[in-house]
Ligand binder design. Structure first.
Ligand SMILES: *[C@@H]1O[C@H](CO)[C@@H](O)[C@H](O)[C@H]1NC(C)=O
Ligand SMILES: *[C@@H]1O[C@H](CO)[C@@H](O)[C@H](O)[C@H]1NC(C)=O
Length: 191
């Protein structure tokens, strides 16, 4: 069962962050020569994959969320996401701190004290980004996640294929990959 807190957390992580890195992989792969300033601005979470149990339960109910990425004073990112939950627009902010090479970040959950690792694995900045995240909700509950971010709410079919290929390469099975339906709600208010 996903608690409400766990659910929004998951939605935010999935929506904002994306891809999760497996422990088995030697190093987090990031976009070569990552340019953070070009990554800023608005993104939509068009696709998700996760091996967490709440995601398996809730994936059918999720819709696209809007994330606005802004720089923070410490060189990290302020990821503020707006999404629909129980017919209300919810806004959540996650502050990502630089962790390692440009494009790699960590996030400390204020609620659980757990740490998440997020990396921008691939992006062209103008159309899409593939993110990879991993973390633990509590000891022994590690999970991984992949996210497709797109600049518009209507990603091209090629981008969906690219995301599916990416997810499979990361070990996600077909049934854990979802493309989120577009929604008008919560997408249009001022940023
Ligand atoms: C993060 O961005 C949101 C939305 O612009 C803003 O309200 C919030 O104050 C920012 N937080 C920090 C710590 O920069
Ligand atoms: C998700 O994958 C990670 C890394 O492979 C694993 O440690 C974790 O136990 C998995 N979580 C679930 C809920 O299956």
């Amino acid at each position: 069962m996903a608690t409400p807190r766990l659910l929004w957390m998951g939605v935010v992580l999935l929506g904002i962050l994306g891809v999760l890195q497996t422990q088995a992989q030697a190093a987090v792969s990031v976009q070569p020569d990552f340019q953070q300033d070009k990554f800023l601005g608005r993104w939509f979470s068009a696709g998700l994959a996760s091996n967490s149990s709440w995601f398996r339960e809730k994936k059918a109910a999720l819709s696209m969320c809007k994330s606005v990425v802004a720089p923070t004073a410490d060189g990290g990112l302020n990821l503020t996401s707006t999404f629909l939950r129980k017919n209300q627009c919810e806004i959540r902010t996650m502050l990502l701190q630089p962790a390692g090479p440009p494009g790699a970040y960590s996030y400390q959950s204020p609620h659980w004290g757990s740490t998440y690792y997020v990396s921008v694995v691939e992006t062209d900045y103008t159309e899409y980004a593939l993110l990879h995240s991993e973390g633990s909700k509590s000891p022994g509950q590690d999970f991984r996640m992949a996210t497709l971010y797109t600049r518009t709410q209507t990603p091209r079919a090629e981008l969906k294929e690219k995301f599916t290929t990416f997810c499979k390469a990361q070990g996600f099975t077909e049934d854990t990959i979802v493309f989120l339906p577009q929604t008008d709600k919560c997408m249009t208010e001022p940023e």
